[in-house]
Design a protein around this ligand. Structure first.
Ligand code: ZN
Length: 69
């Protein structure tokens, strides 16, 4: 399941509810606009914190920080 988050601390993946894209915080670039996602309260985290869970919830992997899925 996913829940809103205001931080990227203690998690690997961050979902953007605005466009339903999930980012890998270990590899995110400036163009991923992670800070904007958090500032605009669009961010969600996943439990468990894995890409498969994000996919189950219809999030698509970011093509900048998640190269292949
Ligand atoms: Zn990204």
């Amino acid at each position: 399941m996913s829940k809103p988050t205001q931080t990227k601390r203690g998690q690997r993946y961050l979902g953007d509810e605005g466009n339903m894209i999930v980012h890998d915080l270990e590899r995110a670039r400036g163009s991923c606009e992670i800070d904007e996602i958090l500032d605009e309260s669009r961010g969600v985290r996943f439990d468990p914190d894995i890409l498969e869970q994000a996919s189950l919830e219809k999030f698509r992997p970011c093509n900048r920080c998640i190269s292949s899925y």
